[in-house]
Design a protein around this ligand. Structure first.
Ligand code: HEC
Length: 106
């Protein structure tokens, strides 16, 4: 009984943390210039964030591989236009952005 309560509390606080962590992500994306090439629901220069979330929905470790793409740049996965590297983003910001992109709905 007590341990059930403990686990429930743990799960609740973990998801509250994840939400709080991602709440600032859209502003971070704006400040980082992501929206000059991306939009949530439609292709601009780069693919829609919702399309990216859809493509990697079932892929384990998707956030880690997207963080790599954002940091080092990406080409050939979505078309002929490459994404430039973003070497100045911190590891924490890369994690926030890549985790958040995977939650964007069309
Ligand atoms: C100069 C335009 C440009 C900017 C700025 C840009 N992107 Fe991209 N992004 C692209 C293009 C083009 C692609 C498709 C690359 C490809 O085909 O591999 C892409 C692909 C992606 C992908 C998918 C990568 C993959 O592995 O499939 C993610 C995630 C992403 N961008 C997130 C971001 C975030 C977050 C930022 C802001 C830090 C950002 N992008 C800024 C143009 C841009």
């Amino acid at each position: 009984m007590r341990s059930t309560f403990f686990i429930a509390t743990l799960i609740t606080s973990a998801s509250a943390f994840a939400q709080a962590d991602l709440a600032g992500a859209p502003d971070l994306a704006k400040a980082s210039g992501c929206y000059s090439c991306h939009a949530n629901g439609e292709k601009v220069v780069g693919p829609a964030f919702a399309a990216i979330a859809d493509k990697y929905a079932t892929e384990k470790d998707a956030a880690a591989s997207l963080a790599q793409s954002i940091q080092n740049g990406s080409k050939g996965k979505w078309g002929r236009i490459p994404m430039p590297a973003h070497p100045s983003l911190s590891t924490a910001d890369l994690k926030t952005l890549s985790t958040w992109v995977l939650t964007v709905k069309p």
